[in-house]
Design a protein around this ligand. Structure first.
Ligand code: UTP
Length: 291
């Protein structure tokens, strides 16, 4: 079955990037000149997913405004021929996709947020793009996962190997090779506490494609780490019963919920952006001499 819909949970508290995220949603923090969540919507659209649900909460109206028209701004820019390029860039977010919003009224975890999408999704498979994980590359990451879903008919997770230090903060996958960069996943654990709990250094990073049956599993999953309903716990049940597929995806992932991730994203994108690349490269070379 073809994947058409995407869900972007963006209702977390963003405590790791406070105070920046106190009144600005962390998903709106910029990478050079675009908010993180616009890169994520663009990735979904590039993969053919144009029915998008963004899960927000009461502090996040800036996200809704960003994907809407700003008539006053557009009217002012349209009158100035010198601002034609900026005028175009301001209109892009409003025309990208068919975007719907729903609120998660309490912060109950990623699983709790995804459950809010049940009605929007109906009985179809759907992609989940974590709202603070920007993945940049030639081949849109979520498209790689959709192709695996369409080939195997099983839930798919985007995975990458992380360091032994990182794995205890992430999830760990029990994997066996299928072909190329694809793996079968038969079990997983969220935030393994001891070395014995670690299946492998493969962790889920920011993207998955799930069958609609995940909603029933979520409804029957008890609260997990941090007293919150964890999506990984529901995917664990799915992997144990039906098996899942892991895609060791191509692309660079930036964790925009983390201070260093924000810096890395801005440096990498800044070094390829036509308006900043030369000045930034010269600046980095200059300060590197003092490090
Ligand atoms: P994170 O765990 O990275 O987000 O969730 P967080 O809770 O905001 O992070 P910290 O630890 O407080 O800094 C991954 C994604 O899931 C969303 C977040 O907005 C983020 O995009 N999320 C998380 C929700 O939508 N609802 C939740 O209850 C929790």
């Amino acid at each position: 079955m073809k994947v058409r819909k995407a869900v972007i949970p963006a209702a977390g508290l963003g405590t790791r990037v406070l105070p920046a995220s106190k009144s600005i949603p962390k998903e709106m923090l910029p990478i050079v000149d675009k908010p993180a969540i616009q890169y994520i919507v663009e990735e979904a659209v590039a993969a053919g997913l144009t029915e998008i649900l963004i899960i927000t909460n009461r502090g996040k109206v800036a996200i809704e405004d960003h994907f809407d028209h700003s008539f006053e701004l557009e009217a002012a820019l349209s009158k100035n021929p010198e601002k034609a390029e900026i005028y175009k860039s301001v209109q892009i977010p409003a025309n990208l996709a068919n975007i719907t919003f729903i609120r998660q009224k309490e912060t109950g975890g990623l699983g709790h947020a995804v459950l809010k999408a049940k009605q929007f999704i109906g009985g179809e498979p759907f992609a989940v793009l974590y709202g603070d994980d920007v993945i940049l590359g030639e081949d849109p990451c979520v498209g790689q996962l959709c192709r695996a879903y369409e080939e195997y008919g099983k839930g798919v997770v985007g995975i990458k190997e992380v360091t032994p230090q990182q794995i205890k903060k992430y999830s760990s996958m029990k994997v066996s090779p299928l072909k190329d960069n694809l793996y079968e996943i038969t079990d997983m654990i969220e935030k393994p506490k001891t070395d014995a709990d670690i299946f492998s250094l493969f962790s889920i990073l920011g993207r998955c494609v799930l069958p609609a049956e995940i909603f029933e599993i979520l409804e029957n999953t008890p609260k997990g780490a941090g007293g919150e309903l964890q999506l990984t716990d529901a995917m664990k049940t799915l992997s144990r019963t039906k098996g899942m597929v892991g895609v060791d995806f191509t692309g660079t992932r930036y964790d925009m919920g983390n201070k260093f991730g924000i810096l890395k994203a801005n440096i990498d994108v800044g070094l390829s952006h036509p308006e900043t690349k030369e000045e930034l490269a010269a600046y980095i070379k200059e300060i590197a001499k003092t490090l």
